[in-house]
Ligand binder design. Sequence first.
Ligand SMILES: CC(C)(COP(=O)(O)OP(=O)(O)OC[C@H]1O[C@@H](n2cnc3c(N)ncnc32)[C@H](O)[C@@H]1OP(=O)(O)O)[C@@H](O)C(=O)NCCC(=O)NCCS
Length: 403
Amino acid sequence: MEIRPTTDEDFEVFVATVHTAFGQFPETPVGDGGRWWSALEMDRGLLAVAPEGKPVGTAAAYSFDLTLPGGALVPVAGVTAVGVLPSHRRRGVLSAMMRHQLADVRERGGFLSVLLASEARIYGRFGYGPATSTARLTVERHKAQWAAARGTAVEDGAGSVEVLRRDGCGEILEAVYDRYRRAQPGALSRPHRWWDLGAGQPPVARTPRYVAVHRDADGTPDGYASYSTESGTLTVDETIAVDDAAFTALARYVLGHDLVTKVVFRHLPAEHPLRWQLDDPRAGEVGGVTDWLWVRLLDVPRALTARGWFADGELVLDVDDPFLGEHGRYLLTVRDGRAECVPTDRRPDLSLDVRDLGSVYLGGTRPSTLVRAGHIRAHDPAAAARADALFGSDVAPHCLHWF
Ligand SMILES: CC(C)(COP(=O)(O)OP(=O)(O)OC[C@H]1O[C@@H](n2cnc3c(N)ncnc32)[C@H](O)[C@@H]1OP(=O)(O)O)[C@@H](O)C(=O)NCCC(=O)NCCS
């Protein structure tokens, strides 16, 4: 089995092979929907080719920036289009492609790789850990009276909402999304190319969408909600807002939509203030909680020193990377929001697999949860609590970009 990099000339065969792996046909976009594969970077693709010359496996990567706790933006490989033909499964094709791809990310100077997993059992063995989660909030409109604000009113009501068609507001969406993602740990950039090609029109979908755009009192767009309605249900694919006031105004807009009995907000964090803003907190039901962004560290000291930290302290981490056959013990020292991470021989506080480090890296999973699950080993009883305090993020990580 040969694993070879792709070029632009492989585009058609690549797209055909990955669709066959998923048992699908490349769809023809309807209305203003984009094609998900139009933004593939063919200089970052891989094809697995069987001895007789037939392509049997695909993998690719996008060049994204990931926002870390504390606001640093770092380049990551966004792994995508992973598939092996049903006729060639379970013979190590994916494993060979993963090995090739991780080496390639390192060669390009990268230290983090991320992906969305079609099935949760595939990627742990390659060193990826689930790092963020996403949920759906379903609100029965007849129960959705707004609670009187206690304390400070989130919204001043001075902004405005305009409803547009998705194909008529690409530049607005791009600018709003960019402001949002820079301040949201766990969020990924959507390169300009995505918007240009329609691949970034939220979401990549075959059906047309309306977009409610919120503008602040000065007329600057600061939020949008892309939505469609069917059979009395209004589904919001993504609500992007640079602050809580813009989010609240957009939520009021969709919850005020006529001829709708139910509003489904997709891709919210499970703990979102919206439920608390309703007079009946049970009017909103959280469902469909699932993992979203998976993170893989390829250079532990670089990754740990890149993010911001919110508590001082020290921790010795013994990190095993069985897929790459690597192992390292590091002293992590945090002072005034910044970390140093150096090799050490000191006795470890925690022993963990690199996939578990991926899960706790953005602050979305507490190390103590993985200690209790038996994945991370704490060598003294206080170490887990110390790790929780260190790894926490000021803003909970969240990602809703689909790729
Ligand atoms: C998932 C997929 C790429 C795996 O490819 P593959 O070439 O069969 O994988 P490998 O043979 O390298 O498998 C490596 C290991 O992972 C395990 N594995 C692979 N896919 C798995 C799955 N879906 N569930 C559980 N285990 C899986 C294999 O059993 C094997 O384990 P072992 O080393 O203990 O024997 C392939 O089944 C596929 O294309 N599925 C449909 C498309 C898809 O879901 N792609 C992933 C998109 S995120």
